[in-house]
Design a protein around this ligand. Sequence first.
Ligand code: GLC
Length: 703
Amino acid sequence: MLCFYLISIITVASEYKNSIIAKRVAVFYPSNFDSKANLPSFALVNEQQSLSEIPANWKLRPYFHQLANQSCAAIAVKKGTSLYGTGEVTGTLLRNGKEITLWNTDNYNYKTDSGKRLYQSHPWVLGVNADGTAFGVIADNTWKQQIILSDSIKFISEGPAFRVIIIERNSPQEVLAELGNLVGKMQMPPLWALGYQQSRYSYEPDSRAKEIADQFRKRQIPCDVIWFDIDYMERFKIFSFDKTKFPDPKGMNDYLHNKGFKGIWMVDPGVKVENGYSVYESGLAGNHYVKTKDGKDFVGKVWPGDCSFPDFTRPETQKWWGNLYKDYMATGIDGVWNDMNEPAVFDGPDGTMPEDNWHRGGGDLPADKHLRYHNVYGTLMIKSSLEGILKTRPEKRPFILSRSGFLGSHRYGATWTGDNKGSVDDLKLSIPMVLNLGLSGQGFCGPDIGGFADSTSAELFGHWIALGAFYPFSRGHAAIKTNEKEPWAFGKEVEDASRTALNRRYRLLPYFYTLFHEAASTGIPIMRPLFFADIKDTSLRSEQQSFLLGDNLLITPKWAAKTKLPKGNWRIISINGEKSKNDHFQPDVRQREGSIIPIGNLIQNTTQYKTDSLTLSICLDKNGKASGTLYEDAGEGFGYKKDEYAMRQFTASTKAKSVLVSVSKIEGKLYENTKIYKLKVVLNNKVIESNWLKNTKLTIKLE
Ligand code: GLC
């Protein structure tokens, strides 16, 4: 017996020792590490096995120490190191010199604490050394903490001593791929989620939402989704529909579906405290609400007035919550918007619930106070939503948009950058915000196009939608009492600009979808910082106006001043006949030399998406060569996980003034040879276009 006891102590102790857990990935434990107070990890998908000892020449090591009631880890970094990531943050792309607080906060206009804390927390820093080699650091804990970036990376947590995971790689791209292995990758979204989406707080009643949908079709502005903000509910009670304004939600969704739209509807976490309200009463019966420190159901105000909040740390509560989606989704709802899930509590301390509120946990989650679970409240909520939605509609890919998040929450849903405003500053800020979220694992994100708060001018909206066509998540949204912000609301010039912008997005969908597949399989984001084009060129490290879409397209907004460009021949291309050089709004889109981009046909929504005829935009390199890929699947469902997809490669080479393009299969059982292609070779001063060609060997003469 004694012998067994000793062995188990030794096993526990040796489980938590500094070690290598994957190739060039090390975990470091502070001497006072308490596994119960830290684990299971919310960031990591799996607890990693220790593989070997950390080699003596391993350079980046944390220095753990305690400061009064705080636990700290500091990692010294070399001069000349560029720091990124840290999740959803305001300010510049380059994070050197910044301080970030990780405490999910409902931060209207990013005003609280000068925007040092927002809706999400990512205890993660990406470092890029002067020579382009790179590293990443995860402070694996959920507690309220600060990241201070100076000549060291410092994490200062209000929780117990935590472990640190360090990734070393030859490039930032490789670091992100390893981050994806550790914290998971995003799921492949349904194709329609890549389309443009129109929202407002709120389109009400249902006739107004129908009118908005009709206008898109009438004006031939592509759009895939109409959003339903809180006013569809009966007095803001979640999972209810206002009987006067939305008497027939199924009819509303059918109307949208008949016109090629999807409907996304909002569900907040706060459950109105009201006798007779079935959701509240079933929550009460199941004892599902977060408790105060005295063991009573916590009550705080949100939109409906007094609310109680599901304790998502409990497996029973996760299940109860998931089951609430059964009848709800049966009305034909396509996607769900989980908002206010920091959680926002209007009359609570610091806009949330008290830190000493009590979560009861269960399964592998220990009971603990809100201070520990606050930053993952939203993550647990969307995970529960996702499981419920999948249970009721197992054949469809779920789509959830969440306002709050944590490192790893991209596994369950997409995000947007919360309540920005209709200002030029916020337009510009959106680029580094989306980039740093992508560099922190969350690739499916975008800001409210047009700006949420305040009214937006025609000029600003024109620029915003022209840029917004290139965000991974492309949705226009507006606050209550602001001016109308639909693409046609600002007059003909901006309506035309919006159409041009969204036509560009829709024609680029084959390329976008291929990038989403890349993000879902490798963890590399869709929208990438410009320095990814040349990781050794340190002059690109702070560029935050121009950015990359994938490796092959470079987007420069019209307002960009003195933007940096990577070396090489990046040629401006026209996607749908537009001439960005002479355009007031449309960003310049440059294509990398040596690349081939698949461009689809003009459609009004993704139900019309077909790739049987494709234009291949070809930019040859110095040797007359180029290549590109195209990923396709059903755009919905999970067949792609069973090989029901097609990944093809295009390879161009030049011989005797002719370009030969070969099409070949990379993988997937949906691959076939029935497509027709138009070749478009973009030269320095002209573009040469072929007729429609059918074959796997396509030729175009260069003169
Ligand atoms: C929050 C959201 C915003 C939404 C509003 C009303 O402020 O961030 O997008 O429109 O709540 O639901």
